[in-house]
Ligand binder design. Structure first.
Ligand SMILES: Nc1ncnc2c1ncn2[C@@H]1O[C@H](COP(=O)(O)OP(=O)(O)OP(=O)(O)O)[C@@H](O)[C@H]1O
Ligand SMILES: CC(C)(CO)[C@@H](O)C(=O)[O-]
Ligand code: BAL
Length: 306
């Protein structure tokens, strides 16, 4: 496994014939290895956990070469305290990445990603960036995400990039941005990985006290109850909201938002007749957590592309 810190080094490592590509099958499918090899990328902010590993496993299974990017992107944080407190553990991440079969870690500095004079912002407009996380974390949050993901994808030009459904709105913003800019990368949506008790895995979970972690369990419980009620035929958003609010109150968790939205446009859903995304953000102690569930999911997986 190679660790590179600049875009130039990353491109060098991706060049056919480079030792980082020695792992690739030489003639699978009987094709020229240079054209047959597939590159999968998993963009992260590090502090790797089982959720990230599930993305890496999928990338490993579906590609010849796997790139993990680790960059705590300052431009997507609206609170300095959140950025400062974000866990950073590169040595541990490198060991986990190696055991997950990562070929290349791209871990740039902020100066590499945003050199002096940097003046370009990729901005996705509409409800998908203005609502929920866009409202809660400030309008620049998704500009920061879209800009850095565009830079990461353009640096590596992977065939596929893997994103978690836990950050459903981010996934949608990335899908929109890639489609609009014509970036030739398939965006792969990966199911939310959960601890045995249901809590969605998140780098921020390490900051929860044991008591707060127990309180946070009302979030997946509320989502599971809403999902079950919708599956049983409840279509009224008001009734589903009341159900979820009651369960959240049991953990004294006051949601920043509890939203029912169209999973494509993120426009508010007035009724749960088809597939609707129920999304929750809540502060538990000092930590802001998000989670979501697709209600009445389609029987076939949602298309990975637009
Ligand atoms: N529990 C999870 N299941 C599936 N994917 C996940 C999970 N947690 C994170 N991911 C995905 O991993 C990628 C990197 O996420 P990131 O590094 O921000 O970790 P994180 O755990 O989401 O951190 P935090 O929630 O504290 O921001 C994103 O695509 C994210 O959706
Ligand atoms: C996609 C991402 C790596 C962009 O900084 C980040 O938002 C994340 O880790 O989810
Ligand atoms: N996990 C999504 C990125 C963020 O929290 O900033």
């Amino acid at each position: 496994m190679k660790v590179v810190r600049t875009i130039a080094e990353l491109r060098e490592a991706l060049r056919p014939g480079h030792p980082a590509r020695a792992c690739e099958s030489q003639d699978h499918l009987g094709q020229n290895p240079d054209t047959a090899s597939r590159i999968g990328m998993v963009p992260t902010m590090g502090a790797l956990h089982e959720g990230h590993l599930s993305l890496l496993q999928r990338a490993r299974a579906e590609n010849d070469l796997v790139i993990l990017s680790i960059f705590v992107n300052p431009t997507q944080f609206s609170e300095a305290s959140d950025l400062d407190a974000y866990p950073r553990q590169e040595a541990q991440d490198a060991a986990l990445a190696e055991s997950a079969g990562v070929d290349v870690i791209f871990a740039p500095s902020a100066a590499e990603m945003y050199p002096a004079g940097f003046a370009t912002t990729v901005s996705v407009s509409g409800a998908i960036t203005e609502t929920l996380e866009g409202a809660g974390r400030g309008s620049s949050h998704f500009d920061g995400v879209a800009t850095v993901v565009a830079k990461l994808l353009l640096a590596a030009l992977p065939h596929r990039a893997y994103f978690g459904q836990k950050d459903a709105q981010q996934l949608r913003v990335v899908q929109r941005m890639v489609a609009d800019l014509g970036i030739p990368t398939e965006i792969v949506s990966c199911a939310t990985s959960r601890d045995a008790d249901g809590l969605a895995r998140s780098s921020r979970n390490v900051r929860l006290s044991e008591t707060d972690r127990q309180r946070a369990l009302v979030i997946p419980r509320a989502l599971a109850a809403v999902s079950a009620a919708a599956a049983s035929g409840e279509t009224e958003v008001v009734a589903l909201r009341t159900l979820a609010e009651g369960i959240l109150a049991e953990g004294s968790v006051d949601p920043e938002y509890l939203a029912f939205v169209n999973p494509e446009s993120f426009a508010p859903a007035t009724t749960v007749s088809g597939t609707v995304l129920c999304a929750i953000a809540a502060r538990v102690g000092e930590v802001r957590l998000i989670d979501n569930e697709l209600l009445n999911p389609p029987s076939l997986p949602i298309s990975k592309e637009n």
